[in-house]
Design a protein around this ligand. Sequence first.
Ligand SMILES: Nc1nc2c(ncn2[C@@H]2O[C@H](COP(=O)(O)OP(=O)(O)OP(=O)(O)O)[C@@H](O)[C@H]2O)c(=O)[nH]1
Ligand SMILES: [Mg+2]
Length: 327
Amino acid sequence: MPANLTQQYYAAEEAYKNATSYEEKLAALEEMLATVPKHKGTEKIQADIKKRLSRMRKESNQTQGTGSRQEDPFFIDAQGAGQVLLLGPPNCGKSSLVQNLTNAKTQVTEYPFATSLPIPGMMKFEDVSIQLVDTPPFIPEGIPGNFSAAIRNSDMLALVLDFTDPDCIDHLSSMLEYLREKRILRDEVPPGVRALTSDKVLVLGNKADIAQWEEMLEMIEELVPDCPTILPVSAVTGLNLDEFCKLTFQRLQVMRVYTKRPGKEPDMNKPFILPDHSTVSDLATSIHKDLADNLRTAKVWGSSKFDGQAVNHDYVLSDKDIVELND
Ligand SMILES: Nc1nc2c(ncn2[C@@H]2O[C@H](COP(=O)(O)OP(=O)(O)OP(=O)(O)O)[C@@H](O)[C@H]2O)c(=O)[nH]1
Ligand SMILES: [Mg+2]
């Protein structure tokens, strides 16, 4: 039976052949597995990819000890509604932004190369927490494999520029070039593949309190084709940081859902965070598998036609819905 491999598969295979680090090889193999057509004619190919994946993971555990992922300082466990990595050249203000927006103790200095390892903090948007990660300076020709893997694993990227720096447009272009070359940033991302589309990238033109930011915006528009959305911001005055929080929440494409028990007030303090378009059944699964298995009825306040409307398990929820689940 012919394998009928797709363009996406061939691209992943090409990336595997060209990969120079463990992380790139692993990401490419995972993509090969996600994009290989699943039918009888590709069973051998699927088995071969799985074997290679398992061998790579085993070898990595042997060389680095078990639990190596957790011991990797670049691997930050995602928390909250999503993980946003701040990337940018030395001294552009990444640590200042994370310090302003979260409770993280980042190191802000006048001299460059102050941050040597990623530091996470939680940013509040309304009643949602979003994880921001401060990172070491981004030098495209010297990104270690595990830094690259951390970038690929994030849900969104904020590319930070120092808008007072005349070279900031070159920095932006080289960051975008790196992300495209490593196939972290793409026009389309097949399901099951770890990569980002342009709507998951925001450019922050920092130090807008002292920069000629209007001119900078015009120049970027002229010189950087397909540039993601840019926001002039200031870590010092807080300019546009509320807008950054709001845009980030929107772009993460998640929703919050509150739950209630029959006859009781809903718990409005801690929403469940679910991907957009999730159903009642997805909500039940995210709370507990038993609840999903035993779910009988559900009622919705918010997006439903009327408050407390009984809905089916496949009812698609909306942001800020209140749901009563009965097992
Ligand atoms: N005027 C002004 N200065 C800023 C702003 N953000 C950061 N700075 C200053 O820029 C310098 C560098 O800030 P950091 O936050 O340490 O920069 P960084 O990008 O984390 O630097 P590295 O860790 O070396 O990559 C510090 O002197 C900050 O006070 C801003 O919005 N406006
Ligand atoms: Mg820093």
